[in-house]
Write a protein that binds this ligand. Structure first.
Ligand SMILES: [Zn+2]
Length: 495
């Protein structure tokens, strides 16, 4: 694997959080950037909290990169200093022997900055303090163009805001010049949640680097990782270039995804100017609200599920019908239900004949791999599949008649119910919807491992029927096969 490094300026030089190609992690201080580069492999990718690329003139508050990053920072935007034009930075003549010398140099830099900016703008004290380091990196990148493809400018607070779901952090990192406890804790938690190992977050800190430097170097490491994985974007996009062809951009991770633009799902401009989308608009806007709502609220849950895998306790076999979605009806979140949906929520009998059996494959995985403790067959009112089974003579929807073949799982009970002249068609429909649930449960028991686990008390087989118009949920009595309602008093919930 490629070596990645996140780098932040510190008292004694540069603090690097390094993820070595062999899997080791290291926190190390280098006296110079040149020393850091020569200590790492020649293809190491580095994200550094230091401006790269200096325009000849500045229009507005800082470089376009700072202007593009500031909206993300909102109330933390004071952490991002506006950089002046190259002439002001190059006027640095330190180190300065006295405060008066330094103040004079600062005044000179500010005058140059004002002359090269619209509207005229001086240099902040903090920005001025960065000049020697900006020049250090500037000289390296101008001397060796190959470095421009692997040394990237970033900014910790902007990266944190993106990782925090496009929101600035709740607490400042520093308070009155000192590290703030809550601010450091929330950043450390965010780094850990994004996979920064304890080897970096909890290791002894090298002399000459502060705790805030460690946090920032680790944030830069996440940016380096995102760039290496093609999961980063530049602010602005594409980067500007200065007169020496150095890129001018602040790089940030794309995740968590917070807009369709970042997912690449945004509308595409076709050559004739018409707009086309890669997915239907309703899906894109639904996805946007998912990411900004549920995903943001439950980011930790989603990450834990990604890391640890799924362990749902219940499998639901439901109909494809768009009005009977099990996750909605049972209020289930990510990782809670293992769902197989097919026409009319049928379970075919166990039949290992080498053919294509989607539902049986899902059952095999749920029972043998996930070891679910419950299987619920959920039917529903007004089921189109059941209706088709009750009118066997009707014309198939296509010559293949897949529905007719699939619904033949219910023969001969479907024929018996269809022939019952004493019932109305509505009664026949509801009756077959419920009989089909009992049939599916009987078919579940033909799978040897399901029957064995049920006998051992490790698996429960349940039936349920849902009516969309009243939101009634009826549950099957395992002894009698009768359906009882309602489990919850729906009327109480109606306002
Ligand atoms: Zn259905």
């Amino acid at each position: 694997m490629r070596t990645l490094a996140g780098v932040d300026g510190c008292r004694r030089g540069w603090l690097a959080a390094v993820a070595h190609g062999d899997g080791r992690h290291e926190l190390r201080v280098f006296a110079s950037l040149a020393a850091l580069l020569s200590a790492l492999p020649a293809d190491a990718l580095i994200a550094v909290d230091m401006p790269i690329g200096l325009p000849e003139r500045i229009r507005g508050p800082g470089r376009a990169a700072e202007q593009a990053a500031r909206p993300l920072l909102a109330r933390r935007s004071a952490s991002l200093f506006s950089m002046p034009a190259r002439s002001a930075v190059e006027a640095w003549n330190g180190p300065h022997g006295s405060a008066a010398e330094r103040a004079a140099a600062h005044a000179r830099a500010s005058a140059l900055a004002r002359a090269a900016s619209e509207p005229p703008r001086g240099v902040s004290r903090q920005g001025f303090m960065l000049f020697p380091r900006i020049l250090e990196i500037d000289r390296l990148l101008r001397a060796d163009p190959a470095l421009r493809a692997r040394v990237f400018e970033s900014h910790p607070e902007t990266a944190f805001a993106v990782l925090n779901g496009a929101q600035p952090m709740a607490h400042p990192k520093k308070h009155g010049g000192r590290a703030s406890g809550p601010g450091m804790a929330e950043r450390r938690a965010l780094l850990a949640a994004h996979g920064v190992p304890a080897a970096l977050l909890a290791a002894a800190r090298p002399a000459g680097a502060g705790e805030d430097d460690r946090i920032d170097a680790c944030a830069m490491l996440l940016v380096a990782r995102a760039i290496a994985a093609g999961r980063a974007r530049s602010l602005p996009e594409p980067p500007e270039r200065d007169a020496h062809m150095l890129p001018i951009a602040i790089w940030v991770p794309r995740a968590p995804l917070c807009s369709a633009e970042e997912t690449g799902l945004e509308a595409l401009q076709t050559s004739d100017g018409a707009m086309m989308t890669l997915l239907p608009d309703t899906l894109l806007s639904g996805y946007r609200s998912f990411v900004q709502g549920r995903y943001l609220q439950e980011t930790q849950t989603y990450r834990a599920l990604a890391r640890d895998g799924q362990t749902p306790e219940t499998m639901v076999i439901a109909c494809c019908d768009s009005r009977a979605a099990p996750e909605t009806i049972f209020g289930a979140g990510a990782g809670e239900l293992f769902v197989a949906r097919n026409v009319a929520n049928l379970v075919p009998p166990y039949n290992p004949d080498g053919e294509f059996h989607g539902t049986s494959a899902a059952l095999e995985f749920a029972v043998q791999a996930l070891k679910v403790r419950n299987i619920v067959v959920m039917g529903h009112g007004r089921c189109g599949g059941i209706k088709a089974a009750l009118s066997p003579g009707s014309e198939p929807l296509s010559p293949g008649d897949f529905i007719g073949k699939w619904m033949s799982i219910l023969q001969p009970v479907a024929e018996t119910v269809a022939a019952n002249a004493l019932m109305t068609s509505g009664e026949r429909q509801t009756a077959l919807e419920r009989i089909s649930i009992r049939t599916s449960i009987a078919n579940l028991r033909t799978f040897p491992y399901i029957a064995a686990r049920e006998r051992a008390g490790e698996l429960r087989l349940c039936g349920a029927w849902f009516d969309i118009s009243t939101a009634e949920l009826w549950a099957m009595d395992p002894e009698t096969g009768d359906f009882q309602r309602p489990l919850v008093d729906v009327e109480d919930a109606v306002i």
